[in-house]
Design a protein. Sequence first.
Length: 565
Amino acid sequence: MKKNKTKQTIYIRTLAALLAAYLVLMTGFSILLIFQEKKMKGLELRTFALRVNSTIESTLQDAIDSNNQVTDIAKVKKQFVRNSPFFTDLGTELAIFTGDYKLIFNTNDNWLGSYTEYSEGSKHYIGYGYVKPKDWFDEKSVTELENYLYAEPKAKKVGDLAGYLLNIEGFWLDDEMIIPDKISVTPMYAHSFDDHGEVKSSGGTRQNNLIYTSNYKNTNDLPYFEHGSIQPANNSDGNDERQAKLRNMVLNKEKLREAVKHYTGDISYERVNPVTYRYYLPIPYQNTIKETNDQNNYSEFWTVFAREVNLLDQCAGTLTFVWLSCFITFFAAALILSEQTYKTYQKREELEKHRNEITNALAHDLKTPLSIISGYAQNLMENVHTEKREYYAGNIQANVNRMDKIIREMLELSRLESDRLLIKFEDVSLGEVCAKITNRYSQVCHDKHIMTSLEGDAVIKADNSLIERVIDNFFVNALDSTPEGGSIRIRIFDTTLEFYNSGSHIPEEKINEIWLPYRKAEVSRSKTKGTGLGLSISRTILEVHKFSYGVKNSKDGVVFWFKFV
């Protein structure tokens, strides 16, 4: 329960810390991206404005006299109407003023009409004008016409509806304004498709039930034309309220006068909300400012541009991708970090537990010889049984040696587990090392009537002294666990060395524990003569050599082994 609570606390704290860092970083990134987008949208508007103004300059140069006066305002307006598809950009409004702030042209939501203005032989000259449907048709008719005009059906096969064609059947021309007599709607059906699946050609038949009549009476002797067609304006994105505000901005003469008075060529903007800006840019005729004698800045003509941009909408794709991808990255990092932190915590807890166990075990192992030494020393001091003085001294020396062995093996284990251990790799004959160890303990085996055998040999790359220590510890462990009259068998294979000793099995629940310091197969540590560190030292040496190792119960004994490849 405590472990689960600790794990939960670690995960929550790590996730909370990384989530806070994630939110701070992503908020900062979002603000920076929106700020950069604000600058980019200003540059885009300026680029668009300069391109449009270049066309306006060409038009005005052909229509003004030496006094910078427009010679034929109707012709200029028609020319601007002709170029209106080029002037307009989605969401952008513009207006053109004379030097004395008289409006010549401005973008609007009228429909653009085209017609044959006149012909010379087989050559036809196309004229353009605006159709303002609300002036000539009722609200219902205008709505129906707009639905046809802006319909975008997706044709997928021949014969599918591809759109509608709006034709003007007779109209009068009042300067740049077209006054329709009738407007007919012709459904168009797909005939063929291009390689991209788009309609390549279509056709249809005029429907008598789709004709709208204006009932206009020509009382002003306006010129009459028989045929024309209609196309929608492209500077509206459906937000009529926003476009109306932008249109009012570009038509505001006082705002233009103020901008001209302090003209620097920079784009001005006003903030609608934290992420929406309304840009305003006046550009002079021929992109220059002249000075009069009274030092007032002016230009013969001015083009004014306005555009509203929601920066969050513009950055939404990038922000969504970055926020989502970074969230996944941060979340994965948080899980990994939490898991590693918890593992570190577990290792620290295990290390603390291990340290306490070693401390307790070491104290236990040292307590007995110290008690014996203390008792014998007290007897010597009080001259108790003086005839046993040599016996007391011998036992004191034996227990001192036992304590010294325990301490030396503890120091050796610490040295082996440190990062400063240097290993000298060389060719080592396992057969020779095993024979040396067997001879070392031959007298003990003889006294206990234990039979030993050695089979096979192999030469490995290892540190000779360390491997000898492993085999010595294995042999001593086998010798200590083998009953009188038992046997110890050492077998060396191509990749493995095995130590078998007859005797009782190791309890399954203790098999993994015997490699730890002061962990023995017997219930009572006092039943063995070892320090409880031999197998732990062997484990450390084998792990340093990257040799796998283990122990298993056989039919009538125990087998310790390690692989050297």
